[in-house]
Design a protein around this ligand. Structure first.
Ligand SMILES: [Zn+2]
Length: 291
């Protein structure tokens, strides 16, 4: 069956956003509520409840974008930060509750896929999105298909033995430690004052953004060398706000780090779909589950 519509769910650490999505990636009815974090069962029940609360006319599948590593073969959610999901057969649990085909994908990959199909990634075949929010996430499209794998792009090493990563990551010198909104917040406190945030760096057009842009470009250079990315899109709250100020230094670093001619040819653009990218992408993977 080819459905006219699907229901998409974007599960975040603090809120659940769900909506009805059509073939063109348009978002229709939506519903939003706080994320239940009391237990895994309560969360799964609540997710099913959110889906049931939306109109089901013409709906053929449900797609979930979740902040977790996923075993795509089995549909198991391997573990999320701040949300009670660990080693749970997510796809099977949702199929049982909703009696519809279920797709499950990492949330950052969903956002990348949405930008590729309906946003700033249209027209190329090899595409990477980097999301600079509190942390750094990302997704890869290779030869026109979503690369369904690890893609923890924020934890790529760009400085050997560099700054430590925050949270559960034990690594050092990762992109996230230099280019995330949290990293920029910390720099703002150090350089401007204790109450300053990344927003103030952008507002002041602070020269430290050039250094962050350089780190970002070093990461992009490696992504070009590994995935042959023709275009890299920068999203996320901090990434979009600071994009224009990060771009010149990032562009220069790409020219140094990426092999010619890929470095010169790389297009770097700002994300277009905003906060709904994850929801739209969850809808797109649902259509593929239904196909
Ligand atoms: Zn890390």
């Amino acid at each position: 069956m080819r459905a006219d519509r699907v229901i998409a769910v974007d599960l975040g650490g603090t809120k659940i956003l769900a909506g009805v999505i059509d073939h063109d990636g348009r978002v229709h009815e939506t519903v939003e509520r706080p994320t239940v974090t009391t237990s895994q069962t309560a969360l799964l029940d609540d997710l099913a409840d959110v889906v049931r609360s939306l109109p089901h006319d013409g709906v053929g599948a449900v797609g979930f974008g979740i902040p977790s590593r996923i075993d795509h073969r089995t549909g198991i959610a391997l573990g999320a930060v701040n949300i009670p999901l660990r080693d749970v057969p997510f796809r099977a649990e949702m199929e049982r509750r909703l009696d519809l085909p279920i797709a499950v994908e990492n949330d950052a990959s969903c956002a990348a896929y949405a930008e590729f199909r309906h946003g700033a990634g249209q027209g190329v075949q090899n595409f990477v999105m980097l999301t600079l929010g509190t942390g750094v996430g990302g997704g890869v499209i290779a030869a026109g298909s979503l690369f369904q794998a690890w893609t923890e792009l924020g934890h790529m090493v760009i400085v050997e033995d560099g700054e430590p990563c925050a949270g559960a990551c034990s690594g050092r010198g990762h992109v996230e430690a230099y280019c995330s909104g949290r990293a920029a917040d910390n720099l703002a406190k150090k350089l401007i004052g204790p109450s300053a945030t990344a927003h103030d760096l952008v507002q002041d057009r602070h020269p430290v953004l050039e250094r962050i842009g350089h780190h970002l470009g070093v990461a992009m250079g490696s992504l070009v060398n590994i995935f042959g990315a023709e275009r890299i899109v920068v999203g996320g709250g901090f990434g979009v706000a600071a994009f224009d100020q990060l771009l010149p230094a990032a562009r220069l670093a790409v020219l140094t780090e990426a092999l010619a001619p890929a470095g010169q040819e790389l297009e770097i653009e700002c994300a277009r779909l905003g906060a709904s990218a994850g929801l739209i992408g969850a809808g797109l993977v649902a259509f593929e589950a239904d196909a």
